[in-house]
Design a protein around this ligand. Structure first.
Ligand code: FAD
Length: 308
């Protein structure tokens, strides 16, 4: 068992920022991460809205963040958190191989992509169906692909895929995109991107790998088959909070309810970043949350010290 002052679940921007503030306040801090550090920033190619960087390659931005951690001597432990329990000490967190106990806990576990739930989505996952263009896009060099969704992520990744694939069809259930105006204009101008709006995905088709995507128009219920070797899904995200079952701090969707100090209703339990209930999920808001959560956790830990 590992004993520490503060545990952080998730080494994305929110968790990293929290760790830096806690470490600088001289707290003993451990981060548990189930993948490589960087979180969902790793699933995009380029970031254009992070202060001080202008347009920056996402991998470079993540590498800089990780270097900042390492410079302060902070390492992350590899493991998937399965359960969190409240104990006399504070919290005990279990991964498959280890138990960590701490007086305070910051949950910064982010979100994962929401599936569509249509026919053959699961069967053809990683055989054409994907949730990450940056991870899988190169498999579709000079091949036609479909992108599903109409927000910033969907359209950004369509532009990225337009540089690799032979053609991109963006499919969206609404009649208007919800992405920022600038991105929509870029997509509209691209000769390699065509658009189908006001349609639903009926099913993915293909024996061993994806061959086409069948869509249905809302207007007349007619179906269309779009030939595609890849389909990239960006229809929203769901919180990574299954391990909090039994601790009543989430809303109906599973997002963590935290106040402006990033504290939950459980003393010593803080949350930061995309995993929290909020309107805007960005790197900037995640790191702001991380800093606030860490300062709150430090104050909480100090309040546990006996007064002299
Ligand atoms: C395609 C795409 C493009 C984007 N583009 C931009 C952009 O241009 N600009 C911008 O500001 N934002 C962008 N975002 C949003 C941005 O990436 C997120 O807002 C930000 O990464 C949130 O940080 P976070 O630390 O809260 O969560 P995350 O980045 O999701 O990190 C959470 C971490 O927790 C880990 N984790 C989850 N569950 C567990 C568990 N059980 N045990 C251990 N570890 C766990 C995950 O592996 C992950 O590393 C984009 C997102 C996507 C998907």
């Amino acid at each position: 068992m590992i004993l520490t002052d503060l545990l952080i679940i998730g080494c994305g921007p929110a968790g990293m920022m929290a760790a830096i503030y806690a470490k600088r306040a001289n707290k003993n801090v451990h981060i548990i991460e189930k993948s490589s550090p960087g979180g969902r920033v790793r699933s995009t190619f380029q970031v254009e809205n992070y202060l001080g960087f202008g347009r920056v390659n996402a991998e470079e931005l993540v590498n800089n963040m990780v270097m900042h951690l390492r410079d302060l001597g902070i390492e992350d432990d590899y493991g998937t958190v399965r359960t969190v329990e409240r104990t006399d000490l504070g919290f005990c967190v279990k991964t498959d191989d280890e138990t960590y106990c701490a007086k305070a806990l910051i949950v910064a576990s982010g979100t994962r992509p929401k599936p569509i739930g249509c026919e053959n989505e699961k069967r053809l996952l990683s055989r054409g169906v994907s949730y990450c263009a940056v991870c899988d896009g190169f498999f579709y060099e000079n091949k036609p692909v479909v992108v599903i969704g109409g927000g910033d992520s969907a359209l950004d990744e369509s532009l990225y895929l337009a540089n690799i694939s032979s053609h991109v069809t963006v499919v969206h259930d609404l009649d208007q995109f919800t992405a920022s105006k600038g991105i929509v204009e870029k997509v509209m101008r691209s000769p390699k991107i065509s658009i189908r709006q006001g349609v639903d995905i009926v099913r993915f088709q293909g024996e061993d790998t994806l061959e086409s995507v069948v869509i249905r128009k809302h207007s007349d219920q007619s179906e269309e088959e779009i030939v595609a070797s890849g389909a990239f899904i960006y229809v929203g995200n769901q919180p990574e909070t299954a391990f909090l079952a039994g601790i009543n701090v989430t809303d109906k969707q599973g997002f963590i309810k935290a106040n402006t100090e990033m504290a939950t209703s459980v003393p010593g339990l803080f949350a930061a970043g995309d995993v929290t209930k909020k309107d805007y999920r960005l790197i900037a808001t995640a790191i702001s949350d991380g800093a606030i959560a860490a300062l709150g956790a430090v104050k909480y830990l100090d309040s546990l010290q006996p007064r002299r």
